[in-house]
Design a protein around this ligand. Structure first.
Ligand SMILES: [Fe+2]
Length: 136
């Protein structure tokens, strides 16, 4: 199932919102690549792009938090570190699968992991920044 951006996910900072939209798009690309056997060979590169973009996004978000003296900076940064570890575990799971095709069940499980991985953080933690970024 494709992840869709919706207005309620908006934080109110253009850099962060554009990043989040792009991350959703990249997760969809990874899922689509898993689902399309003839594109299976693109999966490692697609995943790597997602990992790199996530690192860069977290760095941008942390810099923005610092620039507005965000009081939950430390907790938020620690959550980013956990998310990086979780993403690493998802990536390893996919890599361990080797060259073979994915079953429908594996695809659904991995897609759910990704969905949970990003959206939980976005809705619960990133949203708390919103009042601090208003009028910045
Ligand atoms: Fe965040």
């Amino acid at each position: 199932m494709t992840l869709m951006w919706r207005k309620q996910l908006e934080i109110g900072d253009e850099t962060i919102d554009v990043d989040h939209k792009y991350l959703i798009c990249m997760i969809n690309t990874v899922e689509l690549t898993m689902r399309t056997p003839e594109h299976r060979d693109l999966l490692p590169a697609t995943l790597e792009q997602l990992v790199e973009y996530t690192h860069a996004h977290f760095r941008r978000e942390e810099a923005i938090m610092l620039s507005v003296n965000y009081p939950r900076y430390q907790q938020h940064k620690e959550q980013h570190q956990r998310l990086i570890q979780e993403l690493d575990e998802i990536q390893k799971k996919i890599q361990a699968r080797g060259e073979g095709e994915f079953s429908q069940e594996e695809i659904s499980d991995l897609a759910n992991l990704f969905r949970h991985w990003l959206l939980e953080h976005l809705v619960k933690e990133d949203m708390l920044m919103k009042p601090f970024l208003a009028g910045k």
